[in-house]
Write a protein that binds this ligand. Structure first.
Ligand code: A3P
Length: 310
């Protein structure tokens, strides 16, 4: 069923208000990846720099770090540790492909090199630029219930602003999430709030499908990383990448206090990943659910996956 989204679309702002931080700051905001073989190992032998074979393109706060980190257990996977936002930022892109290449960790023949920048997904020029680099590249998109995502995004931006002492520049430190989402005077959804904008997945996905076949983008259900053993999510990703399966349920344990899955070998992702967050006020929740519903349905149609978000 094709959803007529235009009737619901109040606005699709080019520059949504709130929550915009620069590409490099965002990279810094994501704490460095916990140590693992791909990042700290001194490279010897046949390793060389090459452009990525695969990109993790988003969504921001979808669980991209968990997917990247868990995947990098596989000896055939090499990943970057800092988000470069090369394809998403004009400034970064202006540095040129050779600069980008030089940022890549060396990879040995047979290893899959993955670059992750969670903000690629909503960057309008990213698909075209990536296509220009490699039109047959594989991509991984980690999505999550879009309301959970925006709650996580809001709290992340609050923590970021406080840590960097830049609270004055962030609406997230001045207003409750409810006030950012709904105008309390007239009860209307504030559709130009950045957090909500980034949760309209279908709006961005159509742009990716302008440039790439659906088969090139493996969509991961990020909720599955929390509700199930992550190995169940990782195995199809390994298949998509043409890798022998490495992930096993035995590699993970559920850390009750944190409420997330962690690796037996190296523990949990750091403090910046995995929070218990307050839910939205029920009246606001209802409005946001109604607002996002057509976008969710369009996203199900585009991906062929019904995520069952409320
Ligand atoms: P919160 O920190 O708000 O809970 P990303 O890496 O794309 O920024 O996504 C971060 C989110 O990944 C976290 O948001 C958390 O909900 C989710 N996540 C999924 N699995 C996780 C895990 N095993 N450990 C920590 N966070 C995990």
């Amino acid at each position: 069923m094709k959803v007529d989204i235009e009737q619901y679309e109040v606005c699709f702002p080019k520059f949504p208000y709130g929550s915009i931080i620069s590409n490099r700051s965002m990279a810094e905001a994501n704490e460095s990846v916990p140590s693992n073989k791909t990042i700290d190992q001194p490279w010897i032998g046949n390793a060389s720099h090459h452009l990525p074979d695969c990109l993790i393109i988003g969504v921001r706060k979808g669980g991209t770090r968990a997917v990247q980190h868990f995947l990098s257990m596989n000896p055939k996977v090499v990943t970057n540790n800092i988000e470069l936002n090369f394809f998403g930022s004009d400034d970064q892109y202006a540095k040129g492909l050779e600069w980008y290449l030089n940022q890549m960790p060396p990879a040995e023949p047979g290893q899959v090199l993955i670059e992750k920048t969670a903000d690629y997904f909503q960057a309008w020029k990213a698909p075209e630029r990536i296509h220009k680099m490699n039109s047959s590249i594989k991509m991984i998109l980690v999505v999550r219930d879009p309301i959970e995502r925006l709650i996580s995004d809001y709290h992340f931006l609050q923590r970021y602003a406080e840590r960097k002492n830049v609270s004055d520049f962030f609406l997230e430190t001045k207003f409750s999430l409810e006030d950012l989402l709904v105008n309390s005077e007239n009860g209307h959804i504030r559709c130009d709030y950045g957090g909500l904008y980034r949760s309209k997945y279908s709006r961005f996905f159509v742009n990716w499908l302008e440039w790439f076949d659906l088969q090139q983008i493996h969509v991961v259900n990020g909720d599955g990383l929390v509700n199930d053993n992550p190995a169940t999510v990782l195995r199809p990703v390994e298949r998509f990448l043409g890798l022998p399966s490495y992930a096993s349920e035995r590699d993970f344990y559920y850390e009750k206090d944190k409420g997330f899955w962690c690796l037996k070998a190296s523990g949990c992702l750091g403090d910046e990943k995995g929070h218990k967050l307050p839910p939205l006020r029920p009246d606001v929740m209802k409005k946001v659910q109604a607002f996002l519903k057509p976008f969710n349905e369009e996203f199900y149609n585009l991906t062929g996956i019904n995520f069952g978000w409320k």
